[in-house]
Write a protein that binds this ligand. Structure first.
Ligand SMILES: C[C@@]1(CC(=O)O)C2=NC(=C\c3[nH]c(c(CCC(=O)O)c3CC(=O)O)Cc3[nH]c(c(CC(=O)O)c3CCC(=O)O)/C=C3\N/C(=C\2)[C@@H](CCC(=O)O)[C@]3(C)CC(=O)O)/[C@H]1CCC(=O)O
Ligand SMILES: NC(=O)c1ccc[n+]([C@@H]2O[C@H](COP(=O)([O-])OP(=O)(O)OC[C@H]3O[C@@H](n4cnc5c(N)ncnc54)[C@H](O)[C@@H]3O)[C@@H](O)[C@H]2O)c1
Length: 213
């Protein structure tokens, strides 16, 4: 069965990661970009995790100890990536009983959510999953799609986001709005990811005038 990609706001959500090795480090790296508050619990940490913590301070806590059940009182979601398979399964069972979303890295049957292959450019996120059938295909497609995304698209999306209220305020007709937003994207791509507020204002006036003719 295919998995449905809900896009979730993780900012300030509490994330518990159990295990502090290579696998957990990679999860922290991916999740960091989405700004949750991450706590990693492990008796031993990958040196890169310590480095990340120095850069990221407030939002990444490292607790050097074994996992304990009370760790599950707080988190909004959990990732189990320890080298102890039985412990990972135990954490998965505890989370499922408490209805806490759980990912056990590379063990699909113990996951209530799985990680997609990700492309991120500012507010744009492309997520690819094969429903666990072939993570290698997910990675392959990610690399292909990356090439297809024009440079500066994240910047452009951010700029266009800032003009949405202006367009909605000035243009009542949905069909003209759609035309304006489409033109902004096309022109923004041609201009290498830039579309200024002045251009937005001009475009709105031009499209409204064309409509009145
Ligand atoms: C997308 C990505 C994101 C990420 O990891 O963050 C991800 N796996 C990636 C790569 C990758 N993983 C593996 C290989 C080696 C080749 C191979 O096995 O194919 C490669 C390829 C490589 O590294 O080149 C090993 C592996 N993975 C899983 C199993 C278990 C099994 O197959 O039963 C095994 C065998 C373990 C063993 O042998 O014991 C299971 C899962 N891996 C998932 C995600 C979830 C399903 C995603 C989907 O729907 O497609 C799921 C179900 C659970 C989860 O972990 O969330 C990341 C893309 C990297 C990128 O973005 O660049
Ligand atoms: N490294 C990979 O690319 C890879 C790929 C596929 C699968 N795996 C599997 O994923 C698991 C983790 O891999 P890794 O490379 O991160 O291993 P690792 O040995 O680098 O790290 C394991 C981590 O688990 C922690 N841990 C052990 N017992 C714990 C406990 N009771 N409570 C909390 N933390 C505990 C250790 O302190 C360590 O931080 C392994 O089982 C490995 O076989 C790894």
């Amino acid at each position: 069965m295919a998995y449905f990609p809900f896009f979730v706001d993780l900012e300030d959500k509490k994330c518990l990661i159990v295990g502090g090795g290579t696998v957990s480090y990679r999860k922290v790296e991916v999740l960091m970009d989405y700004c949750p508050q991450i706590t990693v619990v492990a008796p031993k940490f990958h040196p890169e995790l310590r480095k990340l913590q120095k850069e990221w301070r407030g939002n990444l806590k490292l607790e050097e100890r074994e996992f304990k059940e009370s760790d599950l009182e707080d988190p909004d979601f959990v990732v189990a990536g320890t080298s102890d398979e039985a412990l990972n399964k135990h954490i998965s069972d505890l989370c499922r009983a408490r209805k806490i979303p759980i990912n056990v890295v590379d063990v699909q049957e113990e996951c209530s959510f799985i990680f997609p292959a990700l492309i991120k450019d500012k507010h744009i996120t492309v997520a690819i999953s094969t429903g666990g059938h072939s993570p290698t295909i997910a990675k392959y497609l990610k690399d292909k799609f990356k090439e297809a995304i024009p440079d500066g698209f994240g910047d452009l999306a951010e700029q266009l986001g800032a003009y949405r209220d202006l367009v909605k305020e000035k243009v009542d007709l949905i069909s003209i709005r759609t035309d304006i937003f489409k033109t902004m994207v096309e022109q923004g791509i041609q201009q290498g990811g830039i579309f200024t507020r002045e251009q937005a204002e001009e475009l709105i006036e031009r499209k409204l005038a064309e409509h009145e003719r």
